[in-house]
Design a protein around this ligand. Structure first.
Ligand SMILES: *[C@@H]1O[C@H](CO)[C@@H](O)[C@H](O)[C@H]1NC(C)=O
Length: 103
């Protein structure tokens, strides 16, 4: 009986969200694919390098603003977004890494 109470308390503790009070501002980025598909990913505006795992072949990258971001493609493309804008990836290619900071 006591054991099950302790286990319940432990599982509650581990389900507690981590550090939700010290929220880092995140930049929402949309990746537009050559085939018309798109996906979005959030990047913390703290200059950290974030892996982009979606394999979509990306032809342009759009930001709704709020940050300064750079993206690197699998074939070496480099795209810089400064605030709210859409920039083409040339030639189109899947994206590998992104990082944002406050503008
Ligand atoms: C992505 O699309 C471009 C343009 O259509 C094409 O040249 C390139 O080979 C594609 N890359 C991949 C990984 O599918």
């Amino acid at each position: 009986m006591k054991t099950s109470v302790i286990l319940a308390a432990l599982s509650l503790a581990s389900a507690t969200p981590i550090a939700s009070s010290s929220a880092v501002f995140e930049v929402s980025i949309t990746f537009n694919g050559v085939n018309g598909a798109s996906f979005s990913q959030n990047f913390p505006a703290d200059d950290s390098l974030v892996a982009i795992t979606n394999p979509l072949n990306v032809s342009s990258i759009a930001s709704v603003g709020g940050g300064f971001c750079t993206f690197t493609g699998v074939d070496g493309s480099s795209v810089v977004l400064d605030g709210e804008q859409t920039v083409s990836v040339s030639p189109p290619q899947p994206q590998k890494w992104g990082s944002c900071q406050t503008a």
